[in-house]
Design a protein around this ligand. Structure first.
Ligand code: CA
Length: 226
């Protein structure tokens, strides 16, 4: 069976070039134009083998879409597409759980080489450090809300990214450094007590949501969503 490539790119012309080019190479392609559609189509049930995700989407930041997919249990590797001058985006792409990036404009053959490398890597058994189940919280990257059952609460972008990093490894301890990189992807200097106060606020919001999941402090190491 041909590997399925999920594409989320809002530029219709680029999207159709990618669809045609990848289909010519024998891939099956599922293409969408917004972050919301990406979550609907690429959620854990119908996850593609690799996802190509534009960072500049009309309704969400592609990095937040990736966080939300990961929190929902999607483990497929992600190739981020970034604008040429967005150097900061490149770095942040890796830190939000993505696996590779490509700067626009790029040659189709370059994308194909990367997709093939990621597919090979995904096929090889890889020891996992965290084996906890993914979270039951649902993260919406377009509105930065988190839902549990019928309840939802609005988060700030930083709170959203911190929760995303915790939820994708729910049950495991996420180190403080990893949380800082996820919450402040542009590389700001963040003091320990700043991180702690964000987590305290996030914990209160989850409690207000009536979620059974809570953020546990692992002193000197990090935090864990349990
Ligand atoms: Ca775009």
């Amino acid at each position: 069976m041909s590997p399925v490539i999920g594409i989320c790119e809002d530029d219709a012309a680029l999207r159709s070039i990618l669809v045609r080019g990848l289909e010519d190479e024998g891939f099956a392609v599922a293409a969408v134009g917004t972050g919301r559609e990406a979550l609907q189509r690429f959620g854990s049930d119908g996850a593609p083998d690799v996802i190509v995700l534009d960072i500049g989407l009309p309704d969400a930041d592609g990095r937040d879409v990736c966080q939300a997919l990961r929190a929902g249990g999607v483990t497929a590797p992600v190739v981020f597409l970034t604008a040429r001058d967005a150097v900061v985006d490149r770095v942040a792409g890796f830190r939000s759980g993505g696996d590779d990036y490509l700067t626009k404009p790029f040659a189709l053959v370059e994308l194909i080489v990367r997709l093939e490398a990621l597919l090979r890597r995904a096929a090889a058994p890889e020891p996992r450090t965290a084996v906890g189940p993914s979270s039951s919280l649902v993260l919406d990257p377009a509105t930065h809300t988190v839902s549990s059952g019928t309840q939802h609460v609005l988060l700030t972008p930083t709170e959203f990214r911190l929760l995303g990093a915790l939820a994708r490894d729910a049950g495991a301890v996420v180190r403080r450094r990893t949380l800082v990189q996820a919450g402040w992807p542009d590389g700001a200097t963040v003091h320990d007590n700043t991180l702690d106060s964000y987590l305290a606020r996030l914990r209160r919001k989850l409690r207000g949501l009536g979620s059974s999941e809570t953020i546990v402090t692992v002193r000197g190491v990090g935090y864990s969503l349990q």
